[in-house]
Design a protein around this ligand. Structure first.
Ligand code: AKG
Length: 658
């Protein structure tokens, strides 16, 4: 009878046959990014556990669970600890023991963190995925927040894993906090009756003869010790190992409830929508770049639009575009960055061993030009000052105009573009493209310059002027594309290059609003000398690589020798590409460093321009930009060479000259 009851309580249908839930989740998401940007309790780009400061805040359970996992409306028994590998039949198998202890006092393991939650009576939020085979109902979305749970117990079992070996598996028991009805109770399912409790009887406990620890009788097969490091672990009555696969749960264990002294939720899992649009800059601050949980349907939405939030659920029409109070440069800078009429004080730094600096002055602008040993091209920083910024239609007027989003003439439809190849993740900052389409790291369409607000057209003219007058006519091709980035507080553009095929050799940016740091460094494959897979870099080595001058000369010699083989002996060429990294010690180093240190760090202020000239600059180096204040625009012009675009990539409009 007990076995029959156990099977009744634990029986779960395959996902497609599960009954739907009686209610709807008050918080849900169809993507991890939207969830992580919205709720405070789950902020993990990978994995199923959000843990910080020695506490766990949330677990996400999805897909195939452990053979002895369990979920009903009140209790969840789960394994969570990683160490899983796919076998050749695509079954996920445990491939090592779960870790009980962290590597140091500072880095607590997940188990230690859950135990800490138990000691502090800190509940945890549980999120269930729609591929969770053990779920009690069919989950309506990819991420469904079930609610707050009390972590009740942690113990160890054994599971058959890779290579037919038994590994230690850590299990957790959670019980739902409070007594509200669970929204995820299935429309048809087992309802617990008094009869079941009577049949199950009380839960019994026993202590291990070896480790003296007490454990409940969890399975009907018999009592076993569940202590991680006890020799009697998983031994039925201390003798033989219990089965490693499915076992019948003791119904008394499943029906057991553990009250806490206070069962109130710490806060509603549906976070309130931000109160914004009341003060200057409140719509630009980091906290308000986060997502919202739609107050109408519960969907988590990233803040996709510069103007605010819009629920992306097709069946919902909720949106909020808070009032924007224009911000002035003086609110975004230290006073000394913006008030002088003389040449600006540069705050740039560079690596004198590998980079040369030349200084020029032109019409009140102080110009820093950086060139790099062994590389054709330059990086030029043109600094502005208070007088230039205040000129009619100059940077101050541009910054003001770009913020007048209520004026249809000045509308700038800025939104976070989707990173190419991520399956839908947004970049951190907001962007829009004008003129020729530019296939950069994120996808997006382009609009004609005629539709752009005047600062966009004016910036193109200024950047064309700077290219011709500061870099020179030779090599100048008029810019026909402009990509605008708007950065709110803490937003940045990670390391990348602008070396896509089909671009002219010059790239020019006008910076407006808050200051930013632009970092330029040598790419990993040039700095280390080989790819992450250990293939010798085919481009000519340049000075400043890892290992200094001696390593550079060795690499150069190897490169010349290899080039001789390129045409004459293809097979030997390919073999040497793999051998050289081992011979020169690069192979061993290739995963130890990410890339070279910064060669130049520019501090860009309001009104400054940056010119990058030469394909080799993009070939050898990569740059990132980190904004420092809470509103910055970067207007970057390039020349997209039309003959590199396929007919279907050409814009539907004519790109008129500047
Ligand atoms: O934010 C900036 O100043 C530069 C943006 C950038 O790196 C780019 O458009 O490629």
């Amino acid at each position: 009878e007990l076995v029959a009851l156990s099977r009744k309580l634990t029986a779960r249908l395959p996902i497609t046959e599960k009954a739907g839930p009686i209610g709807r989740p008050s918080v849900w998401a169809d993507g991890r990014q939207a969830l992580c940007e919205t709720v405070p309790y789950f902020k993990t780009p990978q994995g199923g556990c959000h843990q910080n400061d020695g506490h766990v805040y949330a677990f996400y359970f999805d897909s195939v669970g452990h053979c002895r996992e369990y979920m009903d409306t009140d209790v969840i028994i789960a394994r969570s600890g990683g160490g899983m590998e796919m076998d050749k039949d695509r079954n996920l198998l445990q491939s090592r023991d779960h870790e009980y202890q962290g590597k140091s006092k500072q880095s607590k393991s997940q188990v230690e963190a859950v135990l800490n939650n138990i000691r502090h009576e800190n509940p945890i939020v549980i999120i269930c995925g729609d591929r969770n085979e053990g779920a009690i109902c069919r989950m309506p979305h990819k991420f469904c927040v079930l609610g707050w749970y009390k972590p009740i117990a942690v113990w160890t079992e054994k599971t058959l894993g890779k290579g037919g070996r038994a590994f230690r598996t850590i299990k957790y028991r959670f019980e739902r906090l409070g007594s509200k009805d669970a929204w995820f109770a299935p429309k048809e399912g087992v309802s617990l009756t008094g009869e079941y409790y009577q049949l199950a009887g009380p839960l019994t406990y026993a202590s291990c003869a070896r480790c003296r620890k007490q454990h409940p009788q969890m399975y009907l097969e018999g009592w076993m010790c569940l202590t991680y490091d006890c020799e009697s672990l998983w031994k039925v009555d201390g003798k033989r190992d219990a089965a490693y696969g499915r076992l019948e749960y003791n119904p008394a264990y499943l029906l057991q409830r553990t009250p806490w002294s206070d069962e109130q939720e710490p806060y509603d899992v549906r976070v309130p929508i931000p109160d914004v649009g009341n003060y200057i800059g409140d719509n630009l601050s980091y906290i308000n770049t986060r997502g919202i949980c739609c107050p109408k349907c519960g969907k988590c939405n990233s803040r996709r639009y510069f103007k605010g939030w819009k629920c992306e659920n097709r069946e919902c029409d909720w949106e909020r575009f808070p009032k924007h109070f224009p911000v002035r440069p003086a609110q975004l800078h230290s006073p000394w960055d913006t008030f002088g009429d003389g040449p600006s004080l540069g705050r740039n730094t560079f690596d004198e061993a590998n980079v040369k600096l030349a200084i020029e002055h032109y019409h009140g602008m102080k110009i820093y030009r950086y060139t790099f040993n062994g590389v054709e091209g330059s990086l030029t920083h043109i600094t502005s000052n208070a007088r230039l910024n205040a000129a009619a239609n100059g940077p101050n007027d541009m910054l003001a105009a770009l913020q007048q989003q209520d004026d249809p003439e000045l509308e700038l439809p800025l939104e976070r573009r989707i990173f190419a190849g991520t399956g839908g993740d947004f970049m951190s900052s907001y962007s829009i493209n004008y003129g020729m389409p530019y296939k950069f790291i994120a996808s997006g369409s382009s609009l004609p310059f005629e539709k752009a607000p005047w600062p966009v057209r004016s910036a193109r003219a200024d950047l064309n002027w700077a290219s011709q007058n500061i870099l020179g006519q030779e090599g100048h091709i008029d810019f026909n594309e402009q990509l605008i980035f708007a950065y709110l507080e803490k937003q940045k553009l990670e390391y990348h290059d602008d070396g896509e095929k089909g671009l002219g050799p010059r790239i020019a940016t006008l910076s407006l609003g808050a200051s930013a740091r632009m970092h330029l460094r040598m790419k990993h494959k040039h700095f280390v000398g080989c790819s992450k897979t250990g293939i010798f870099t085919s481009d000519k080595p340049i000075p400043g690589c890892k290992g200094g001058d001696a390593a550079y000369h060795q690499r150069l010699e190897a490169w010349h020798a290899l080039e001789q083989l390129r045409e004459s002996d293809r097979a030997q060429y390919i073999r040497r590409q793999k051998e050289i990294p081992h011979e020169l010690g690069m192979y061993q180093d290739r995963n130890k460093v990410r890339a070279g240190g910064d060669l130049v760090v520019l501090t860009l202020n309001h009104g400054d321009m940056v010119l990058m000239e030469g394909r080799q600059i993009q070939q050898y180096f990569e740059h990132k930009v980190q904004s420092e204040g809470y509103l910055r625009f970067a207007l970057t012009c390039r020349t997209v060479l039309g003959d590199h675009l396929k007919p279907d990539e050409m814009p539907a409009f004519e790109v008129s000259p500047d």
